[in-house]
Design a protein around this ligand. Structure first.
Ligand SMILES: Nc1ncnc2c1ncn2[C@@H]1O[C@H](COP(=O)(O)OP(=O)(O)O)[C@@H](O)[C@H]1O
Ligand SMILES: [Mg+2]
Length: 577
């Protein structure tokens, strides 16, 4: 079926707005009905005049005509409002749907598309479709309805006239569609020829120095001539084909008008129809023309919508590699985290983590250190299930992390990195991530907890201050990120070099805040300075994706042969370089 994908998307997204869609359709039907009905009043009027009827009848006909015309306008306005409103609701639903879908996809997808591409996908295509939903779908419907309505009305008036105009309509639609699509193709080709010519000229100009001394000028002239000739011919054909469609539409008008009189006048003479009815035929013929032209224009719009629908379907067809089959719910409290022989590769067999096993007891914290590229960030992503590991296990309170529902799992864990993405919104919204269910008290409490209450006092509207006017230092930004992370009261916290972009003094300040925050939580601190790890319980050192040292921090310090003791003596730079 040629319109299968269009009807599918209409059904899916208009479905939830059945009553409004029904209302819009009803108004369209009413409007079309009145359009067809109103000329009949004029016909009666004209016939009354020719029959020398009394003035009362004429006045009544005139008043009814005006009232109907007014009603028609009112219906039209209401309908435009309702259909545009409907189109925007539907478009926004679609946009939301696609955005949700993209969020559900795994990181492999997000790494592949650039932000610009995503915007084009989520916004450009959807906007293109809003035209399809509002103007197109309803216009096509109303035009088709009008066309059929008028033809039926003609049939009722006179069988032969009905048949004649139905045939004319069908021929007009088919022939104009053919010619139009041909001319569109010709124009595209013509534009391609032009760009080829421009490319050629540019190339020759750039190569002038080469061409002149090497006697290439003759060749350039000849090539230029050939390419221009091709362009000229192409444009000629395109213009000719376009004119053809104009000629064709005029011809249809001419043929139609002639038909009205050739068929109609004899009927008036032999008194099969009244002169008023002849007028009605003329009027109806005009009513047929508009939908014919509109439908053709809309078919072209349809081709543009086609491309968008295809791209949207393509996007929807991408599924996440992370399967979400777990059913375990999140819970509160102290969590125990265990890695069991875990191996992981982003691509094929290129292992980034190998044989990782450790056991972080509930409420304890572990310091994770290692060179850049040793796999620290990757390890934290696996806990959060941004990627799935190849083999081995991650257990949370003895439950395999895959057995949790993905969303539930992520509710229990928070990762703070050095990248703080703030939004042009209020302080509160930045901390709650726009979650309106979080109370102001909770926001204030959290701000207090991270040590930003002095800063907040300086803000003119408290937590409702717009962030861009608040003026944040890097340290304050980082603390805000902590507030954001801790407002949900997570059970497992991972700090991935969270304060590494700060100067040491500020970092110390933050270390203190962090100490408070990590109390009664299970945490992993990825650090680039050993000072940050003064209060952790255990230490894990990664190198090239493998554990080279893991143990209780105090024990490692006591052991003079441990890598950690060595690093404490010579400085962590030794490891990092
Ligand atoms: N999204 C990714 N796709 C492919 N390889 C990646 C990706 N992210 C990181 N890697 C690679 O994995 C290894 C470990 O990186 P990472 O976990 O970021 O290390 P660290 O946080 O210790 O600096 C590096 O070799 C890095 O190039
Ligand atoms: Mg990292």
């Amino acid at each position: 079926m040629p319109f299968a994908k269009h009807t599918a998307i209409l059904k899916e997204y208009m479905g939830p707005y059945k009553s409004q869609t029904a209302m819009v359709c009803t108004l369209i039907i009413l409007n079309v009905g009145l359009q067809i009905y109103n000329p009949r009043i004029i016909r009666n009027y004209l016939d009354a005049v020719t029959n020398v009827a009394d003035v009362d009848v004429l006045t009544r006909a005139a008043i009814i005509f005006i009232i109907i015309a007014l009603i028609q306008e009112v219906i039209y306005i209401i309908n435009v409002y309702l259909s545009v409103d409907l189109a925007w609701k539907v478009t926004n639903d679609l946009r939301l749907d696609l955005t949700r879908h993209c969020f559900s996809l795994d990181m492999t997808f997000h790494n592949r598309y650039k932000p610009g591409q995503m915007i084009e996908r989520l916004d450009g295509d959807v906007n293109a479709l809003s035209n399809f939903f509002s103007v197109f779908a309803l216009m096509i419907f109303s035009n088709m309805l009008l066309l059929t309505g008028v033809l039926i009305a003609l049939f009722i008036e006179n069988l032969i006239v009905g048949i004649a105009f139905t045939i004319l309509t069908i021929i007009a639609l088919i022939s104009m569609y053919k010619i139009r699509s041909v001319s569109v193709k010709q124009w595209t080709q013509a534009r391609e020829e032009t760009s080829e010519l421009m490319g050629f000229i540019e190339e020759q100009l750039a190569g002038t120095e080469e061409i002149r001394p090497n006697d290439g000028i003759e060749n350039v002239y000849r090539n230029f001539h050939n390419i221009s000739k091709k362009e000229y011919n192409q444009y000629n054909t395109a213009v000719f084909k376009s004119r053809m469609s104009t000629v064709l539409s005029f011809s249809i008008m001419a043929i139609g008008s002639t038909m009205v009189y050739v068929l109609g006048i004899p009927l008036v003479y032999n008194q099969t129809i009244t002169p008023g009815t002849l007028y009605l035929f003329t009027f109806y013929f005009q009513l047929i023309l508009q939908p014919i032209f509109d439908i053709l224009r809309q078919i072209q719009n349809l081709q543009q919508a086609d491309a968008s629908i295809d791209r949207i379907d393509e996007l929807k067809a991408i599924t996440t590699k992370l399967e979400n089959k777990g059913t375990e719910k999140a819970s509160k409290g102290l969590f125990d985290l265990k890695f069991d022989n875990l191996n992981f590769a982003y691509n094929n067999d290129d292992y980034v983590l190998r044989n990782i096993s450790f056991h972080l007891k509930a409420g304890k914290s572990m310091g994770l250190i290692g060179k850049t590229g040793s796999g620290k960030t990757t390890l934290s992503r696996l806990i959060y299930r941004l990627y799935d590991y190849t083999d081995g296990q991650i257990m949370i309170n003895g439950i395999n992390s895959r057995e949790f529902d993905l969303h539930e799992l992520r509710k229990m864990i928070v990762i703070v990195t050095q990248q703080v993405q703030l939004f042009a919104a209020t302080i509160k919204e930045n901390i709650t991530f726009f979650d309106e269910s979080i109370s102001d008290e909770r926001v204030l409490e959290t701000i207090n907890m991270v040590g930003l209450s002095d800063w907040l006092r300086k803000q003119p509207n408290g937590i409702d201050t717009e962030l861009k006017q608040a003026g944040l230092s890097a340290g304050e930004e980082q603390l805000l990120a902590f507030a954001r992370a801790f407002i949900s009261d997570p059970s497992i916290v991972i700090l991935d070099e969270a304060s590494s972009r700060l100067d040491p003094a500020t970092e110390l300040l933050i270390d203190n805040a962090v100490k408070k925050l990590l109390k009664n939580r299970t945490s992993i601190i990825i650090a680039h300075r050993l000072e940050t790890l003064e209060s952790v319980d255990s230490i894990l050192i990664l190198e090239n994706g493998e554990i080279i040292e893991y143990g209780d921090r105090d024990e490692l310090i006591a052991d003079d042969n441990s890598k950690y003791s060595y690093l404490r003596n010579v400085g962590i730079e030794e490891l990092l370089t």
